[in-house]
Design a protein around this ligand. Structure first.
Ligand SMILES: Cc1ncc(C[n+]2csc(CCOP(=O)(O)OP(=O)(O)O)c2C)c(N)n1
Ligand code: SF4
Length: 284
């Protein structure tokens, strides 16, 4: 729920708790972008709920003045969905890491995507498990070497963008923490979208998997003539291997989960179901 534009500044969302992320962590850029997007949309902190999983990224709710829910590892989506269904007037944002979202929490993704609850889900994708000291994750590249893969990762990484398009997310975008202005614009568009908005943010872990040198040369904007209403075109863009595109890959308009629930409740009330004492009488 927004208030008068200009009522809040990025500063309005800062808490007294300062991030304890390592200096240079990409998550700082994501947080700054979030502050700017929230201020730009003039979201009142009393109407905002930030839900996270567990990980370095999972600490985000502590740094945003709002209601917050630092939930369990991999459980961002069911908790955020529960909050939104319980009170659809709230602005809900889910945040977590690639391990949280795509490994232990991966089973929730298809169901959030197909149900289309109206909230934004931001994955801070650093291709490693930062909090637990750099193990490989579902987005680590083949050959990735760390404590859990001392001889190199033998698995193929998932493609988060293609996965979310395939599962039917109604908004799919990608940003980079090193481009906070563009990222704030992308988060703004995701929050304005009515439905499940997924934003994958490439957010390097400077301590355990420093990709600051390898990622930027591969980045490119989503082409200006890209047709984001075409799932086929979105797939084509997501499957390109020579570059990492930033921007909106796919967006469609369709009813939200909350709208569907409201309709079902209306129908159920209009149908005047049998009274409980009548049902008991039938079986007594
Ligand atoms: C049920 C459960 N399993 C395992 C853990 C241990 N654990 C905490 S954070 C984490 C992974 C963190 O990586 P990611 O989700 O990518 O977030 P990052 O720290 O990189 O932001 C793991 C395995 C846990 N806290 N709970
Ligand atoms: S360990 Fe990595 S992800 Fe965690 S705070 Fe440090 S740089 Fe960021």
């Amino acid at each position: 729920m927004s208030t008068a534009v200009g009522e809040f500044t990025p500063q309005s969302y800062k808490t007294e708790e300062h991030p304890i992320w390592c200096p240079g962590c990409g998550d700082f850029g994501v947080l700054a972008s979030l502050y700017n997007a929230l201020a730009g949309l003039s979201i009142n902190p009393k109407d905002l709920v930030v839900v996270s999983g567990i990980g370095c990224s999972g600490r985000t709710p502590g740094f945003i003045k709002s209601y917050g829910f630092h939930s369990l590892h991999g459980r961002v989506l069911p908790v955020a969905m529960g909050v939104k269904v319980a009170n659809p007037s709230l602005e809900v944002i889910g945040v977590g890491g690639d391990g949280d979202g795509f490994a232990i929490g991966g089973g929730h993704i298809p169901h959030a995507a197909r149900r289309n609850p109206d909230f934004t889900y931001i994955v801070m994708d650093n291709s490693t498990y930062g909090l637990t000291k750099g193990q490989y994750s579902p987005t680590s590249p083949p050959g990735f070497q760390a404590g859990s893969t001392p001889y190199g990762n033998i698995e193929q990484p998932i493609n988060p963008i293609a996965m979310l398009i395939a599962y039917g997310a109604s908004f799919v975008g990608q940003g980079y923490s090193g481009k906070p202005k563009e990222l704030a614009d992308l988060i703004t568009r995701a929050m304005q979208h009515k439905g499940f908005a997924f934003v994958n943010v490439i957010s390097p872990c400077i301590t355990f998997y420093n990709t600051y040198k390898v990622i930027p040369p591969r980045l490119a904007e989503v082409p200006k003539d890209h047709d984001a209403s075409s799932r086929t075109k979105a797939f084509e863009l997501a499957l390109q291997t020579d570059r990492v595109a930033l921007g909106v890959f796919y967006q469609e308009s369709r009813p939200t989960f909350e709208q569907g629930i409201a309709q079902v409740m209306q129908k159920a009330q209009a149908a005047s179901p049998p009274r409980l004492d009548e049902i008991f009488a039938e079986f007594s």
